[in-house]
Design a protein around this ligand. Structure first.
Ligand SMILES: O=C(O)CCC(=O)C(=O)O
Length: 288
């Protein structure tokens, strides 16, 4: 396992206990500008099945839309929280790396790579890349995940024998808008819920109605790193702000990392050709 950045004792304690940490001011103004430009680029791709399939980007409706050229999203029928109320641009595009090179700075970020490698307890690959844009006022979205019921693909774990984290899925949320106030719909978390042994008995449809959910206030350039096993989503945006963030998910690169011929990519060739030096983050063993 190669790491260039060591989590501090405080960060490890917080992540273990809460299920998330915040890297304050991780990205500077020029990186924030580049990431905004990436979202603009993704939003400029015609929301057409053919255009998306050719590039390799995916609709927020994922397989349901990508497998069905007649799916309503291709005719402009979008979820209220996934479309700009005035311009009609989409508020989320998945497999974002296939539609812009402006998120490459996150792929190439050695600190995020080291942190997610540490949290997985071994090498990782990037399993999801997308942005979310919400234009207020708009709902927060349903709280999801948690320690119970156990999900074998999305869990938090610590390996006591080897004294290392062993999480199956961790995410970086790169904050691009001011989410330092409750009105602007900050990320929502139920701290500690990645270790829950019970289903949450409170309202999961709206963080503002759930007494266990807390806002994770963050400013542009901050990165929230969380276990996908922690119950999360966002608080409603109650003002008229536009809220943007970029999500990268990292999962253990299963199998032996010294078998490069076994590694395959979930990304099309044009992404691998653009990022040849980052192939290990973009490929995963197809079989061992
Ligand atoms: O919009 C947010 O901040 C949270 C979104 C979320 O819960 C997710 O992408 O899993």
């Amino acid at each position: 396992m190669s790491t260039t950045y060591e989590l501090s004792a405080e960060q490890k304690y917080r992540f273990d206990l809460q299920g998330y940490i915040v890297l304050e001011g991780h990205y500077d103004a020029s990186a924030i500008e580049e990431l905004h430009a990436g979202i603009d680029e993704l939003q400029a791709i015609p929301v057409e099945h053919e255009a998306y399939s050719k590039l390799g980007v995916a609709s927020y409706a994922r397989a349901a839309a990508m497998n069905d050229p007649q799916h309503p999203v291709w005719n402009g029928d979008h979820r209220i929280d996934r479309v700009h109320p005035e311009t009609g641009t989409v508020g989320r595009v998945d497999h974002a790396l296939c539609g812009t090179d402006k998120f490459d700075l996150i792929v190439r970020d050695p600190i995020l790579k080291a942190i997610h490698t540490t949290l997985a307890g071994g090498d990782v690959f990037i399993s999801a890349t997308y942005f979310i844009e919400k234009v207020g006022p708009v709902k927060g979205g349903g709280l999801h995940n948690g320690g119970f019921p156990f999900d074998r693909d999305i869990y938090y774990a610590y390996d006591h024998t080897n004294q290392r984290f062993a999480c199956s899925s961790t995410k970086s949320v790169v904050i691009l808008s001011d989410m330092t106030k409750i009105e602007s719909g900050p990320f929502a978390a139920i701290p500690g819920s990645h270790k829950a042994n019970f289903a949450c008995p409170f309202d999961m449809s709206d963080a503002s109605e759930n007494p266990m959910a807390v806002p994770v206030f963050a400013a542009p350039g901050d990165v929230i790193i969380f276990s996908e096993g922690m119950t999360h989503n966002a608080f409603p945006v109650t003002d008229h702000s536009t809220r943007r963030s970029v999500f990268f998910c990292y999962m253990p690169a299963i199998g032996r990392n010294n078998l490069p011929d076994h590694r395959m990519s979930i990304y099309p060739d044009h992404v691998l050709e653009r990022l040849p030096d980052q192939a290990e983050l973009l490929t995963s063993p197809g079989y061992i």
